[in-house]
Design a protein around this ligand. Sequence first.
Ligand code: ATP
Ligand code: MG
Length: 581
Amino acid sequence: MEYETISKPDVDSLAVRPNLDDYEGIRSGFDYERVIDELDGLPGGGLNIAYECLDRHVAAGRGDKACILWDGKDGRQETYTYADMAKLSNQFANVLRKLEVEKGSRVFVFMDRIPELYAAAFGTLKAGCIIGPLFSAFGPDAIKDRLEDSGASVLVTTPELKAKVHEIRGDLPALKHLIIASHNEPPEVDDGELSWNDLMADASEEFDIVQTAPDDPAIMHYTSGTTGRPKGALHVHKAVLGHYATGKYVLDFHEDDIYWCTADPGWVTGTSYGMFAPCTNGVSSVIYEGGFSASKWYEVIQKYKVTVWYTAPTAIRMLMKAGDEVPKKFDLSTLRYTMSVGEPLNPEAVVWSEKAIGLPFHDNWWQTETGSIMIANYPVMPIKPGSMGRPMPGINPGIIDEEGNEVATGEEGDLAVRPGWPSMFRTYWNREEMYDSRFKNGWYITGDRARKDADGYFWFVGRADDVINTAGHLVGPFEVESALLEHPAVAEAGVIGKPDPVAMEIVKAFVSLKEGYEPTDELKRELRRFSRERLGPGIAPREIDFIDTLPKTRSGKIMRRLLKARELGLDEGDTSTLEDD
Ligand code: ATP
Ligand code: MG
């Protein structure tokens, strides 16, 4: 189906004038290196992400402003100002100093979204160490792989999660300190553990931030593991230029915004956009500790009067599944701007959100490796539903062929970016060769396939690994999944190429249904007919299976490689980030 372009709003009529009010003008004069002029730099020289996020606001007299509006699982609500966070992170930096944790050491956190997580992350950066966040739902093997690979010497976890660490601690000789933090009663600690609460009680609230240089390592994030074994992408302090500038121009932060990023800091969106972008821009962020529920999520927006909301397609599809009546029960009128990242955003989801919550989701594209948003839809630009949008100022992406030459407009190829932006990853930890292999002919190769249209909009086709070759056609799963999603019965769809002696591969779809629909043969036939009408017989799925839920990573991405492995009875490979059923 052709989706109508959502026209460009009249900038002068908007209640809040977008920071990027003239895309062409700002893009043409943009120099990423000069973003530093809008930040402060460390007193005495150097650059440190935590200083730009917290202390610079305190130094400028903005310390009383709310930094975190914490909403706990147990219903507690707490506010932490910028000054509070600056002090708590100073204390944790002092803790690391006292434990003689050296600059460059890897300090990992394995905790729920409690305030201590944020204090630990910023404190680690202030101490010149590298912060590595782990998602709290990881099992022992996933934690072990990442701690072992990174050689982490400190792990901060909680009383609820520490049993998982105990199972593997004997395998981690580099892990010197295990710190137990509790947001409730001070934790009881066993032998070989340290109490966060005791350490912090003894630590000063003053700390001279270690003089980190712009290119000193700061953050290590393991990728989601959608396509295989997760890789440890390493980022440097200079990445903060990217966090700040994309926060300003893509997330369109303004002084009074109440912002909610639904991603967990275990994934790069939860740090780049759950911590660094909002804090460098000095806005107030909601941190919701609980999990997904459509009505709870709408309630969070109502309760905190959220203005800017950043979430992911998988959550949006769940909101769609919950129905149009649910949002009507809440006052969502404070919302000004909504965005999505992490997976392709089906055009149906954009159209749905405009109708159901009154605002279209603005899709944007980036990866763990890129550290910040590369391609986006902006408040001032028409939205073409299904497109990732246009390049962020200062970013130069292209669509290239196998030799690394740009292809013609409208043609499909590898999505690549000209290297050199501030938040670009600097290595895959312990996998230097793999890092080198991602660069060709002056491009960084992202591993995604895409097209660019005549208006300069980028369209996602699929991950290079997922593209299907059927009877001479190259088919991206996204297109087929999006067509299926237009059918009222379909909640989610995952599409793979299944080997076939004649066609090389045939398109096979796995479909989960919305409530009230039965998985009958008749519905299967109906879906095949429906997708043939939209896509044509060459691309429409030849086989459709119904499935209760699609396998996903814990960050919410459909794992097509697993659908394929299961279909073909092959080894499932690394499933450390697989969501529990
Ligand atoms: P791994 O590299 O371990 O397989 P991953 O690629 O899923 O995991 P992330 O870095 O979290 O790990 O995800 C980035 C990828 O997610 C992108 O390369 C792209 O495939 C997909 N993605 C993110 N945002 C979008 C988007 N807006 N549209 C389409 N795809 C997106
Ligand atoms: Mg990837």
